[in-house]
Design a protein around this ligand. Sequence first.
Ligand code: HPA
Ligand code: ZN
Length: 312
Amino acid sequence: MIEELDKAELHVHLEGTLEASELLRMARENDVDVPYTNVEDVDAAYEFSSLQSFLDVFFQGCRVLRRRDDFADLATTYLRRAAADGVTRAEVFFGPQTFLANGVPLEDQLEGLFDGFARAHEETGIDAALVASAQRHRSEDDALAMLEAVMPWADRIVGFGLGSSELGNPPSKFLRYFDAARERGFWTTCHAGEEGPASYVWEALDLCRVDRIDHGVAIASDPTLVDRVVRDQVPLTMCPVSNLRLKVVPDLASHPIRELFDAGALVTVNSDDPTYFGGHVADNYRRLRDDAGFSEAELTQLARNSLTASWT
Ligand code: HPA
Ligand code: ZN
């Protein structure tokens, strides 16, 4: 039933969709040292206590992606899987700064991804769009440089986002970045209120004026902010299994997605980094049904919300 719901996935990091077997293959073919010899080693390493503990492992995995074909394979593998989950539109995050720092030319990164988008579209009909994501542990000047550097591919990029280590890196650090993206006609979105406080969500909305909030778990701690996101129908791209795996919430029954959904917020369900967290988008819907009491009608509404919130 869940796979049959026509849905958009709006919060997924392509780098976070790398299958363990593919990680090992690329490490071997590209001669990159990784601390894993088999899939069991990889699975054992995917135990996280916080966002940062995850990001350290995530950036380590990114090191194996070197060639244009690696990026094409990454995108194709994810999009095929998403299509099987009933995703008809995927707006995928990708962080070029990681791979530029690893010495991979931007052209190989982006042309590879677009090769993968085209291949998956031919095979399954899935519609994919790229959201270039800056990293908040780096400077705002670095974010602006990334935005400039991807401009040759502007017609293939739908929006700009902000991810990585949240605490100590508030959205207000990236005001000029979001202004520059908006002035050039792109949609904008910001990870906020994942581990950070409600004030980061206020900053993202009022100072950075972003179009969507990624995660937004902390919104529920501030009744005025709940009213605000309900009133303005601000899309929230929530990722319940991710939040569970990064210890943002103790269990799914107490995840604020229930409270926000019941309050009338435009909540959507997404996977974030599915191969690291052990759940693709349909698994996230299933967990909400099994562990948070979402009915079939409510899951249908969540899927509808994802199409409403998509940038098409
Ligand atoms: N939060 C912030 N940055 C990220 C995440 C996340 O969940 N996944 C990949 N980059
Ligand atoms: Zn994310």
